[in-house]
Design a binder for this molecule. Structure first.
Ligand code: PAF
Length: 283
């Protein structure tokens, strides 16, 4: 375990380090993050260490994936804390560009996310996945990793990125890692820091409701009825607006009929006070 971790802040420095590693025959893994790291991120870094000779972690709060009314300005930031955690996890390099380095004066090209982005989160955050796809395309071009590792907590994000990598022939493999949860079931997320003490107690009801729905669907229950029950449970637990609770094809994210024999996923987003929580589970 090291005390400090190497940091690159310019594309020029990053490329020099990566070229040196490549020259020595090392493979490279990348864990893209927006910082405010928690145990879920650290599990991704540990997997990245196992999967490649050198593990790079990017920390960049990407402005282009936040709409004007979203939480960009208050998104949690803790670079000193993140660097300590990454040193302890033995990350080989932190890629932490400024906004100006990532989007220099004159930047104007972007990726339009494909069909996997079209509803669910895409309905409530219309530009979000274009911003995610663009910054990830840039991160992949900057770091040139052999593999990139993402948490399944953002299940639709992973589907959108898999589609981008496939459609644009990007030469890397994406790996999804199961969501890390607190002991009461709440999915770890940097945004959990926004929850009040009272809302934090209610929050695990989201996982409980979608897990019960997944179990019912697996047992053959009618999907629309199951969804209504899950929404009722969220409302009575104390959730406010429910953006969606859906049962979808786990690969295409298309709606599924009751009788689908294909792998399915339950996905949900709902508000607790001013905090929007998302979660998903396999059926
Ligand atoms: O999941 C995230 O933290 C972000 O969406 C990502 C993939 C780092 C892109 O900014």
């Amino acid at each position: 375990m090291s005390e400090t971790v190497k940091i690159a802040r310019t594309v020029h420095d990053l490329r020099k380090i990566v070229a040196k590693w490549r020259g020595r025959g090392h493979s490279i893994s990348l864990v893209p993050t927006m910082g405010a790291l928690h145990a879920g991120h650290i599990a991704l870094v540990k997997l990245a260490k196992k999967k490649a000779g050198r593990a790079v972690v990017s920390i960049f709060v990407n402005p282009t994936q936040f709409a004007a009314n979203e939480d960009l300005s208050r998104y949690p930031r803790d670079e000193p804390g993140d660097l300590k955690k990454l040193a302890a996890a033995d990350a080989d390099l932190v890629w932490a560009p400024t906004v100006e380095e990532m989007y220099p004066e004159g930047f104007s090209t972007s990726v339009r996310a494909g069909s996997a982005a079209k509803d669910l989160e895409g309905s409530f955050r219309p530009q979000h996945f274009d911003g995610v796809a663009t910054v990830c395309a840039k991160l992949f071009n900057q770091v040139t990793p052999d593999i990139a590792i993402f948490g399944e907590k953002d299940f639709q994000q992973l589907a959108v990125l898999r589609q981008m990598v496939r459609d644009l022939d990007m030469p890397l493999k994406l790996i999804g890692m199961p969501t890390k949860r607190d002991t009461d079931g709440l999915a770890l997320s940097s945004r959990n820091a926004y929850l009040s003490v009272a809302d934090r107690k209610i929050a695990p009801a989201l996982y409980a409701a979608i897990s019960a729905l997944a179990q019912d669907v697996a047992n053959g229950a009618d999907i629309p009825t199951g969804i209504s029950t899950a929404k009722r449970k969220l409302t009575s637990a104390g959730f406010g607006k429910i953006d969606y609770v859906e049962v979808r094809d786990a690969e295409t994210l298309e709606p599924v009929p009751n009788s689908s024999g294909r792998p399915m996923r339950v996905l949900a987003a709902a508000w607790l006070g001013k905090t929007r929580l998302i979660d998903n589970v396999a059926v």
